[in-house]
Design a protein around this ligand. Structure first.
Ligand SMILES: [Zn+2]
Length: 420
């Protein structure tokens, strides 16, 4: 009886502890896409328009973001009234009633509109809403905007206001990005060494506002201040190589930028050349096929992959060697490749992990490589035996799904939006 109890406790402990792996996970939610004409732009010369918008139309899109950080999930902005954000959340396994926390970058209808459900009730009945005090006061007290007042009234005492500079939750800070609107806020999420900026409407049309950041738009309440805020936020993101998620950046809406001349450029391939040591065993055909698939996905995203059993020694080179010589050769080669890598990616299938994997992980972890694991094995669950929490703790993130094909999809989806 006691044994069963201990085993059950162990099971709960291991599974609960595994969920802490990974820090900031972001999902883009597309409200809609379309096109706009260049008459919306302020301060763009004809020459600049011809150069950066050759077909005379700028791409427009509206996004919201759902961000998971340890212990909390936050919806950033809500899209339009009667829009698609709730549908997008459902596609990602989140019901509107699951949403507990909503942060608003500002109070334009494409950002707060989704707070109102089709029946004019609160679309997110269990959510607490966070918005800048300056922003709330501007729309509610100064402009007396009826739509804003109605939407916020649906949430009454669940509306929380903050000041610029406030750390709203641990690791999540409100930055002054005023100009577009008086209380326009950028949220700086900085947790466990990862950082992401939710930049709201710091840019509407990146094709011209990145190369020419002085270009403003007619929606800006104070275009001069909007330009200053854009440059301040983009400078910070470029200098620190931080990802930004913007509500009007082309889907998935998450980019990195670098400084060029008087403006900025999108960094398109920031994984290029990053070396991954992929500890994926290939001892039987099924294992081999599966791990080659994973290696291909990593390579497709620009990573340079070293897979020991594929990229190590040719069989001919190992012929006639004693067991001791073989161990030495292979071990030395693998260790030198781990040392050269930026990232360790480890398939933890069927292993707890074994001695070899522990050595690989130990070296990578000790040398501050970013370690990622993946696990599909059901056997460990049946045996009430999962990863040792100390081993699990070495990984920045562990991808896990008992269905191997679903796990591949999950990994691909993650790599579309995130860098390892
Ligand atoms: Zn907007």
């Amino acid at each position: 009886m006691q044994k069963i109890f201990l085993a059950a406790l162990f099971f709960i402990f291991i599974f609960a502890s595994a969920s802490f792996a990974g820090a900031v996970e972001v999902t883009s939610l597309l409200e809609r896409q379309g096109k706009n004409d260049t008459a919306l732009l302020i301060g763009a010369t004809e020459e600049q328009k011809a150069k950066f918008i050759p077909d005379g139309e700028v791409k427009s899109q509206i996004l919201a973001f759902y961000v998971k950080v340890p212990g909390r999930e936050i919806l950033f902005d809500t899209g339009l009234k009667n829009g698609n954000i709730i549908k997008r959340l459902e596609e990602n396994g989140v019901k509107n009633s699951d949403v507990k926390t909503i942060f608003l970058t500002h109070l334009h209808p494409d950002h707060f509109g989704g707070l109102v459900g089709g029946d004019n009730q609160a679309a997110f009945p269990n959510a607490e809403i966070y918005v800048s005090r300056i922003e709330r006061d501007y729309w509610v007290n100064e402009l007396k905007n009826e739509n804003v007042i109605k939407a916020l009234n649906l949430y009454k005492d669940k509306i929380h206001v903050f000041e610029f500079g406030d750390e709203i939750f641990n690791g999540i800070k409100a930055l002054d990005a005023s100009g577009h609107t008086p209380g326009h806020t950028v949220f700086d999420i900085k947790i466990d060494g990862e950082e992401l900026l939710i930049v709201g409407d710091i840019m509407h049309f990146i094709e011209i506002q990145l190369p020419v950041p002085d270009v403003a738009v007619k929606y800006d309440v104070d275009p001069v201040q909007a330009v200053k805020s854009r440059k301040k936020i983009l400078d910070y993101a470029a200098e620190n190589k931080i990802k930004i998620a913007g509500m009007h950046i082309q889907e998935p809406g998450i980019i990195k930028v670098k400084k060029v001349n008087d403006g900025y450029e999108k960094i398109t391939d920031d994984n290029a050349g990053k070396k991954v040591y992929f500890a994926g065993p290939m001892f039987c055909q099924a294992e081999k096929d599966y791990n080659l698939k994973i290696a291909n996905i990593l390579e497709k995203h620009g990573y340079k992959v070293f897979l020991p059993q594929r990229d190590g020694f040719e069989a001919a080179m190992l012929e006639g060697k004693t067991e001791e010589e073989l161990t030495k050769m292979i071990f030395e080669k693998d260790v030198s490749e781990i040392r050269k890598a930026d990232i360790l990616f480890m398939n933890l299938d069927g292993r707890v992990p074994d001695e070899g994997a522990c050595i690989e992980l130990g070296i990578a972890y000790a040398e501050n490589k970013r370690c990622y694991g993946m696990k599909t094995d059901t056997r460990s669950a049946e045996l009430i035996l999962d990863l040792n929490p100390m081993i699990a703790g070495c990984f920045k993130k562990i991808f896990r799904n008992f269905d191997g094909e679903a796990l591949i999809k999950e990994l691909e989806n993650y790599l579309e939006k995130n860098s390892l």
